[in-house]
Design a protein around this ligand. Structure first.
Ligand SMILES: C[S@@+](CC[C@H](N)C(=O)[O-])C[C@H]1O[C@@H](n2cnc3c(N)ncnc32)[C@H](O)[C@@H]1O
Length: 374
């Protein structure tokens, strides 16, 4: 069976769970099928990067019982969805799939890399560099995505790391890019860091939100830092590069701070940010889906600049899940401070899920609110 035929069988049975689910959000699409079709014959050990919910990995495993895969998925929810989908379809992953960080262990000696294109060019640059620097000199990347999310600049980024880059014809509103002939050591190294005007050094891997710069929403949120409660146990939920955790920890030397994110790029970036600012012994950085590993009633303060993207899709379904998680983990009387784009009108949800909510600040774009846990 070819991987595309395996895909046709499996795709309707795949789910995004535990990631957000909504009628317009899918677990697999024509770009997964195109990547598999464009890869041509597959054998031995293959590297899969950016597989969203397991469509690539599970199709390959089903097509050839001898294939082994090294997999990197940035969000923890992607790893969990792949595992849950494998269980649903009765696919044993033992001995056939290993998960890796985005480093040499993922791509060393690889000859074929299948890539679901990331949203950002920096994320693509870091991936292309890790492949070009460590894979076999005969390596091929077959990368794909929906045409509406692809730009010519993606070819240029791949062209920094590979001598040969060409595009397939479009199929089902999707397109594949083929890259080969790696150039070792091209491009700038990751993570990258910047010393910001709020006197914090931010470090970022390619896939981290806002890169090595301060997001405008985060900047507005931090204008209210002095007014935030002096808490002992504090969580920066969805920490990205760790700007909020670092700023809070620096201003409250007695606080114990946890910085938490589902993205492996975010977690690696936030750890670097803490080291760069001398805060590594005061801020614990963890990879988690929401606050899944934190006990009920264990925190005094949760700080949150919530996401509104799930992959390439914009959705307002993620933030309420994080509000509910914050409510569970806060002790009664503890507070959730959050910043959000005012048009999203999160206030009724904050009132309902957490408790009485007051406005701390507002500008033309953002609102900052504090919600007290009932
Ligand atoms: C808008 S960014 C904010 C990043 C950082 N706090 C800042 O202010 O620059 C939201 C972050 O939430 C993370 N995120 C999204 N869904 C998550 C989830 N279910 N659990 C934990 N983190 C999540 C994203 O990876 C992203 O880093």
């Amino acid at each position: 069976m070819t991987p595309e035929i395996a895909y046709d069988e499996l795709a309707p049975r795949l789910s995004r769970w535990p990631d957000v689910e909504a009628h317009d959000l899918v677990a697999a699409d024509a770009s997964d099928r195109l990547i598999l079709a464009e890869a041509g014959p597959v054998a031995g050990e293959i590297v899969v990067i950016g597989d969203r919910y397991g469509a690539l990995t599970l199709s390959l495993l089903r097509a050839d019982p001898d294939l082994r895969l090294r997999v990197h998925q940035d969000p923890l929810t992607g790893e969990r969805a792949l595992a849950a989908n494998a269980e649903r379809i009765g696919q044993d992953l033992t001995g056939r799939v290993t998960w890796h960080d985005l480093d040499a262990s993922l791509t060393a000696g690889a000859k074929l890399v299948l890539l679901q294109l990331p949203r950002g060019l920096d994320a693509l640059d870091e991936i292309a560099g890790v492949v070009a620097d460590h894979a076999d000199s005969d390596v091929r990347i077959v990368a794909g995505g929906r045409v509406k999310h692809m730009t010519r600049s993606m070819n240029d980024v791949l062209g920094v790391h590979f001598r040969s880059v060409r595009a397939s014809r479009g199929v089902g509103r999707s397109r594949a890019l083929h890259a080969s002939e790696p150039i070792r050591g091209a491009g700038e190294a990751w993570p990258r860091s910047v010393h910001t005007d709020i006197d914090l050094t931010l470090c970022a891997h390619g896939a981290a939100f806002a890169g090595a710069s301060l997001d405008v929403g985060t900047r507005f949120f931090l204008e209210f830092l002095d007014g935030m409660p002096h808490a002992e146990s504090v969580i920066d939920l969805g920490c990205g590069t760790g700007a909020i955790a670092a700023a809070y920890a620096r201003s409250r030397p007695a606080a114990r701070v946890i910085a938490s994110d589902r993205s492996s790029a975010a977690v690696a970036s936030a750890r670097e940010t803490m080291r760069a600012n001398g805060l590594a012994d005061r801020v614990d950085v963890v990879r988690d889906d929401g606050l899944g590993s934190r006990p009920d009633g264990s925190a005094d303060l949760v700080l949150l600049n919530p996401p509104f993207h799930s992959g390439a899709a914009v959705t307002d379904a993620i933030a309420p899940r994080l509000f509910a998680d914050a409510a569970r983990v806060l002790r009664p009387g503890g507070e959730l401070w959050t910043v959000w784009n005012s048009h999203l009108r999160y206030r009724p949800q904050l009132e309902r899920l957490v408790g009485p909510t007051r406005q701390i600040g507002r500008n033309r774009t953002f609102s900052v609110t504090a919600s007290r846990r009932r």
